[in-house]
Design a binder for this molecule. Structure first.
Ligand SMILES: Nc1ncnc2c1ncn2[C@@H]1O[C@H](COP(=O)(O)OP(=O)(O)OP(=O)(O)O)[C@@H](O)[C@H]1O
Length: 294
């Protein structure tokens, strides 16, 4: 285990008011309680980590926050407003996310993928778009320019015309982040942003997340790579069997014997069949089991 050897994180200069508040979030699937009474507050300018063994409920919790699931119980607010459990409404309210298994439009270019993210902020109506009138053309031009700017921000400025499906795996992950940023979020949720990445790509991902935070966004990150998470986050929550086991600074969490025990004991899912031989560009590299990184 390397979790005691992480460098101190570059903390936010200022952590502001609460932006996201989840209270008593519970998600049951039949007899299984995947998330149980979870509270989480994320403040402006903060990077918060969500860790926990396989099957702990991290992605289910993200799905509850982003409207993919309607929580069985609990409430989620963004900027003080209660979020309806509808993904589009959540994006419009200012929360964007990426997925554990990359979900790009494979046959579209990188630029087009980012432009799609931007459309939730454009106002051209269907008829204007069909007629391609001046308002549509102006908006389309602005959307294209913003998309290019975001590609440059994530380090993909030279890949605008590349088809998403032909891009290297690490670039696809960065492209997903650019598409999420195109929605102009106040908060971004990243589900295993370094899964399947090599150490150099992981370092680049960490630098990118700091730059996202420095641009004024709050960030919540799910990760299995402890070195990455403890070097990145201001605060970390450890979920085990759907419940918050420990919450604290990286120093507090990484030295808590309950966290170490939770990982050594394993989660609900003993699936440790990570396939290191998975080809570059395969979403299968976003494997669940990354215990060797602990
Ligand atoms: N749609 C669903 N229907 C039924 N059970 C589900 C569903 N989604 C998740 N689960 C179960 O809920 C539990 C939590 O799963 P979840 O994927 O949220 O865990 P996780 O912490 O994200 O795991 P990992 O780190 O492996 O991605 C697991 O037991 C899982 O099998």
């Amino acid at each position: 285990m390397t979790i005691t050897e992480t460098p101190p994180p570059a903390h936010a200069a200022t952590v502001g008011a609460p932006i996201l508040e989840a209270r008593g979030v519970t998600m049951r699937f039949g007899g299984l309680t995947a998330v149980k009474d979870v509270d989480m507050t994320v403040r402006e300018g903060e990077i918060v980590g969500l860790i926990g063994p396989n099957g702990a409920g991290k992605t289910t919790f993200f799905n509850c926050l982003t409207g993919l699931y309607k929580p069985t119980e609990g409430v989620v607010t963004l900027g003080g407003e209660v979020l309806p459990p509808k993904p589009r409404a959540v994006v419009v309210a200012g929360m964007a996310r990426t997925f554990q298994n990359i979900r790009l439009f494979a046959n579209m270019t990188a630029l087009e993928n980012v432009m799609v993210g931007r459309y939730c902020r454009t106002t051209s109506m269907a008829l204007t778009s069909i007629l391609r009138g001046p308002k549509f053309r102006r908006e389309e031009e602005a959307t294209r320019a913003r998309a290019q700017e975001l590609l440059e921000f994530v380090g993909l400025g030279g890949s605008a015309e590349h088809l998403a499906r032909n891009m290297p795996y690490g670039d696809q992950r960065r492209l997903e982040i650019a598409r999420a940023l195109a929605t102009d979020p106040k908060l971004i949720l990243l589900d295993e942003p370094t899964a399947g990445m090599n150490p150099q790509e992981t370092k680049q991902a960490s630098d990118l997340i700091f730059r996202i935070r420095d641009s004024g966004l709050a960030v919540v990150v799910i990760e299995h790579d402890m070195r990455f998470i403890f070097g990145l986050c201001d605060r970390v929550l450890c979920l085990v069997r759907g419940e918050v086991l420990v919450e604290g600074t990286p120093g507090e969490v990484q030295s808590d014997p309950r966290v170490i025990e939770a990982y050594i004991g394993g989660g609900d899912d003993d699936d440790d069949d990570e396939d290191d031989s998975a080809p570059a560009g395969s979403s299968d590299r976003a494997s669940h089991s990354t215990e060797e990184k602990l």
